[in-house]
Design a protein around this ligand. Structure first.
Ligand SMILES: [Zn+2]
Length: 538
């Protein structure tokens, strides 16, 4: 049986603190997951909020090429009939092919949270599953707190699974709801459940056994992988490991691990190489910073700093990374640093598709060393590095990079009155023969400059509309002479395809910010292939 990939980003994942999705966000995330090729997308809990109900009403707007949609809800309430339980009716009205029902599997929760009898809980499970089976839906049963329940009262936890299976649930997901179970225990228990869950004499096939893991002991991905190794054929997780507390299992790391290291075919052909882009795209839609160290997909996942190793990495990339970064759509990134020798610069330039002949490489290296001495750092500022290489190459006549705008000057006014900060910036640009002047307002001088620059360029470069700022960091270097210290600004910009970082350095924070800002926009226009209005140097 092939392993079923079940995504719960839009339900469990969206419980993460600070993650607040609109219906439009949810539709975009669902479309990205479907395009990647996961098997099931759980869209939400229609009984819990009107936003989720609206999502299901609009889900048919999506093309749905691969995934099947599931709606989530709880078993009927104690002492009620399934036919007069409003939440079940709402769940039915979501009209999804799959209904995922969560039920209690831990006696502590039956006694203390549900405050009903253990017998009644078993009937709630059976009645609710049977209700949706009668309506022709496929039912996945999520056994909540299963592993804790199994430890506390094994017989009862098994009785809950049996009640769901006998009523027609074809998948039993064992949930490590508190996220505290360790991999060796998961492996043993999953094996025991699979051995016990054979089909019955009436010809009902054995249910599919799955897991739903949380990361509270940093084992969510490991637990999911060992469960599959033990025979589970259904795995639940969330994009980028989103979820409450420490998160759900990171579905992307699970998929990459199973495909690359265990030979499973989970995504449609070519799907795996879209993993890094999908991870980044979803982070952008849900407005979360993308973790550079995220396994497989993060921008630093295959990055090496050691200058000594760069030439060896160039010769044998497989000696320094656990998988080929290209297999998941990522790339090995060699960080530029003062310690690095020529080979590092050459490797980095080759990564960027720039061919540096030997004289040029030496010139670039000298420029980098001089810049680093002034306070620049190119390790995380790819875009500034590329622009630097291009400028050096332009000066030597080895390349012709156009300029999109030239700064004639700017003026910034900072105002504080009645406790509010307001800044105004006037930016004067030259674009070939044209002179453009624009005014921007913002909450601080850098924001005002950004607004003015965008206003000046918006009509001339429509590509700018998809470029936005995602991060702005300021670092004071050598703070001994506090107000005269050098300021380094790192600025990250993004478009639909990815992110890039630029760096600016000055003893004036506004000048440093302008430099990072202007480079960030220039680089974005370069990526977008915008036609430059300033002629390239002759
Ligand atoms: Zn959960």
């Amino acid at each position: 049986m092939t392993v079923e990939i079940y995504d719960t980003t839009l339900r469990d994942g969206s419980q993460q603190v600070g993650l607040d999705l609109t219906v439009s966000d949810k539709l975009q995330v669902a479309a990205a997951l479907d395009a990647l090729g996961v098997d099931v997308v759980e869209g939400g809990w229609p009984g819990s909020n009107p936003k989720d109900a609206e999502f299901f009403a609009r889900a048919s707007e999506l093309p749905w090429r691969h995934a099947t949609l599931a709606a989530f809800g709880a078993t009927r309430r104690p002492g009620r009939n399934v036919d007069d339980d409003g939440d079940l009716a709402t769940l039915l009205a979501a009209n999804t092919p799959i209904v995922t029902l969560v039920g209690k599997a831990w006696t502590l929760h039956v006694d203390e949270a549900l405050r009903t009898t253990r017998e009644e809980n078993l009937e709630m499970v059976a009645d609710s599953v049977a209700f949706f089976r009668r309506e022709g839906r496929r039912v996945v049963f999520d056994a909540e707190h299963f592993f804790d329940g199994y430890a506390a009262d094994r017989g009862y936890a098994l009785a809950v699974l049996a009640a769901a299976a006998e009523a027609g649930a074809d998948t039993l997901a064992l949930c490590d709801t508190n996220g505290g179970t360790l991999p060796d225990d998961i492996a043993v228990i999953v094996r025991e459940i699979i051995a016990a869950a054979g089909g019955d004499a009436g010809g009902r096939p054995a249910p599919r056994i799955g897991v739903h893991c949380h990361n509270d002991s940093a084992c969510a991905v490991a637990n999911s992988l060992v469960a599959i190794g033990a025979g589970a054929t259904h795995v639940q997780g969330a994009a980028n490991g989103y979820g409450e507390r420490c998160g759900n299992a990171d579905l992307f790391a699970i998929i990459a691990g199973l495909e690359l290291k265990r030979g499973h075919e989970l995504l449609p052909a070519g799907g795996l190489s879209a993993l890094a882009t999908t991870a980044r795209q979803i982070a952008e839609v849900v407005n979360q910073p993308f973790e550079p160290r995220q396994p497989y997909v993060g921008s630093s996942a295959f990055a090496t700093k050691a200058g000594l190793h760069a030439s060896a990495i160039a010769r044998r990339p497989d000696a320094y990374s656990h998988v080929d970064p290209r297999s998941v759509g990522n790339r090995s990134q060699v960080l530029v640093s003062e310690l690095a020798g020529r080979s590092n610069v050459l490797v980095k330039a080759a990564e960027l598709g720039l061919d540096l002949e030997s004289g040029l490489a030496t010139a670039v290296l000298e420029e980098i060393k001089a810049a680093e001495h002034r306070g620049y750092a190119f390790e995380a500022a790819d875009a500034s590095f590329e622009l630097l290489v291009r400028r050096v190459a332009d000066r030597r006549g080895a390349a012709q990079t156009p300029a999109w705008f030239e700064l004639e000057g700017y003026r910034v006014v900072i105002e504080k009155s009645d406790g509010t900060d307001r800044s105004e910036a006037i930016v004067r640009l030259l674009l070939g023969e044209q002179r453009v002047v624009a005014v921007g307002e913002g909450v601080g001088p850098v924001h005002a400059l950004d607004q003015a620059l965008r206003k000046a360029l918006a009509e001339l470069y429509p590509e700018l509309a998809s470029i936005h700022l995602v991060d702005y960091k300021v670092r004071i270097l050598d703070g001994r002479d506090a107000t005269k210290a050098v300021t380094r600004v790192m600025l990250t910009s993004a478009d639909h395809e990815g992110e890039w970082t630029t760096v600016g350095v000055s003893d004036d924070i506004v000048t440093a910010s302008w430099e990072a800002l202007a480079d960030g926009i220039s680089y974005g226009l370069l990526r977008a292939g915008a036609d430059a209005l300033v002629p390239a140097p002759a």
